[in-house]
Design a protein around this ligand. Sequence first.
Ligand code: ADP
Ligand code: MG
Length: 267
Amino acid sequence: MANIITITNQKGGVGKTTTCVNLAASLAATHKRVLMIDLDPQGNATMGSGIDKHQLACSVYELLTDQAGVADAIMTDTRCGYHLIGANGDLTAAEVELLQLPRREFRLKMALQPILDEYDYILIDNPPSLNLLTVNALSASAGVIIPMQCEYYALEGISALVGTINKINQRLNPALRIEGILRTMFDPRMSLTKDVSSHLIEYFGDRVYRTVIPRNVRLAEAPSHGLPALQYDKNSRGAQAYLALAGELIRRTERQQAAAAATEQET
Ligand code: ADP
Ligand code: MG
């Protein structure tokens, strides 16, 4: 069954979309079956996957508002190795429309039920805010990946996010956990980076990924070609870092699945 992972941080520009696109491509390159869902009305993950957000026949908006089923929303013909449910500005309306619908926090979760066995990983990109869309993503997910830059105010932002995740955990989704904290645009030469980094590890322990994503121009250029860095420049440091992250995520998933199977046998 698919491991569903939300990539979120209410701060903009921290590398959520870059992580979603490049992690999806890296997981697909290691022969995992991957679906990426763009849940940001800006549609950056859609465009970054080479799909024109203005030409979507069916987007995540139709899916959330029951105007289409999941099979209609999935695009299988991307050049990136993964399948995609796209987003565009229409999704802005969904935030309001969802308020009127029954089980409004669980629309995405319900919509994905029919395809859970068709994928190993489902990655969800999020807007830089904490609204009903993000709540839908968190309700549907088993894990959260939090990309962050090692800046002075980052820790403050992250404690607010952890508070939210705990609330969702108690009220809507008891299975939700922090899958990992990802340090993005990492520059080890800066002493502030080292300080923030060591605070993070102190607080989150091994939930901080060992893999760090360096600042790399190829990662910034690739979206304008509608490609993940892996397809744009495979040997770039950025592409290689996301491949390493995929390896780390796969090992963690396998450990979790083995532990879950062992507990099941005991009971
Ligand atoms: P978010 O989705 O959190 O708003 P993005 O992934 O869109 O953040 O990243 C913000 C900007 O920074 C984009 O222009 C992106 O290309 C660039 N960027 C992200 N990660 C890196 C990186 N590791 N190195 C260089 N540029 C990056
Ligand atoms: Mg984004």
